[in-house]
Design a binder for this molecule. Structure first.
Ligand code: NDP
Length: 284
């Protein structure tokens, strides 16, 4: 079997063009969606991610503001900056780029963002709403993964989903979203024994570990759908996922590439959440 490639770049392009139309309609009603990103320090990876977020926002017509703060800013000052954006009606979405410097408490920062503007979906209120199946800002990478699976016409109810990785931003929430879609979900992590015995059972295998080429064809059930979330830069500068793509695509029925898979969808879902938030400003 040779797998269908689930093209995240193409799906993101389609979603962005739909979002652009929605933004035009919102602007006719006097609402310009706004996204504020707060960056502390100069982490090169963060700067590169933010560039992608800015490009997507501007392409869709969302007004974009980068608040770039000194590495040395105190936690209290950072919380004040967040509060300023909480109060500023021009911004429907606020995102604090992670990771933060060690002297700042990430939890306090996430909890300071108004849940109504938490377009990353990391605030415990949104996490709780997601867990209980209520309307919420869904975290971008997991929400993008669900969109990709659905776009490929893959049935989710009743499927056995195996998630490798249990981070708060990818592994845990993607399992929860697929549980909400009536999948049967198994989580694996660094303490899991005999990993292969679990992964080989997955009708849908989601890998979010952060180790290049960690999962090979021998971990994959024949005909499985494989979603590779990992983004790893090799010493030669090449970007690769957590899955050995070349051999996995011979065994899977569908697979996401790296790059051009989950990444473009993550950024698109961020703008989607910002537009969703802006809709609340439209007066009936
Ligand atoms: P984390 O480092 O937060 O989590 C990694 C997870 O992998 C942990 O749950 C860890 O287990 C698990 N793990 C580590 N080693 C093993 C092992 N030997 N066997 C099984 N599980 C293991 O990473 P993230 O979730 O933030 O990101 C994962 C990857 O996805 C990274 O490459 C990241 O760059 C990428 N990513 C891509 C995005 C995109 O848009 N494409 C967005 C976000 C992330 P334990 O909990 O026990 O430590």
């Amino acid at each position: 079997m040779v797998a269908t490639i689930i093209d995240g770049k193409e799906l993101a392009k389609e979603m962005r063009s739909e979002l652009k139309k929605e933004v035009e309609q919102l602007k006719e009603k006097g609402v310009t969606p706004g996204l504020a990103i707060i960056l502390v320090g100069n982490n090169p990876a963060s700067l590169s991610y933010i560039k992608g977020k800015q490009k997507a926002s501007e392409e869709i017509g969302v007004s974009f503001k980068l608040e770039h703060l000194e590495e040395s800013i105190s936690q209290e000052e950072l919380l004040e900056v967040i509060e300023k954006y909480n109060q500023d009606d021009r911004y429907d979405g606020i995102l604090v780029q992670l990771p933060l410097p060690d002297h700042i408490d990430e939890t306090a920062v996430i909890e300071k963002i108004s849940p109504e503007k938490d377009v990353d979906g990391f605030h415990p209120i949104n996490v709780g709403r997601m867990m209980t199946g209520q309307d919420a800002f869904l975290p971008c990478t997991p929400a993008g993964i669900v969109e990709m699976i659905k776009s490929a016409n893959i049935e989710i109810p009743g499927k056995h989903v195996v998630v490798v990785g249990r981070s708060n931003i990818v592994g845990k929430p993607v399992g929860q979203l697929l549980l909400n879609e009536n999948a049967t979900v198994t989580y694996c992590h660094s303490k899991t024994k005999n990993l292969r015995e679990h992964t080989i059972q997955g009708d849908i295998l989601i890998v979010a570990v952060g180790r290049p080429h960690f999962i090979g064809a021998d971990h994959i059930k024949e005909g499985a759908v494989v979603i590779d979330v990992g983004v790893n830069r090799l010493e030669n500068g090449k970007l690769v996922g957590d899955v050995k793509f070349d051999e996995a695509k011979e065994k899977a029925s569908a697979i996401t590439p790296v790059p051009g898979g989950v990444g473009p969808m993550t950024i698109t879902m961020l703008v989607y959440n910002t537009v969703k938030s802006a809709k609340k400003r439209v007066r009936p």
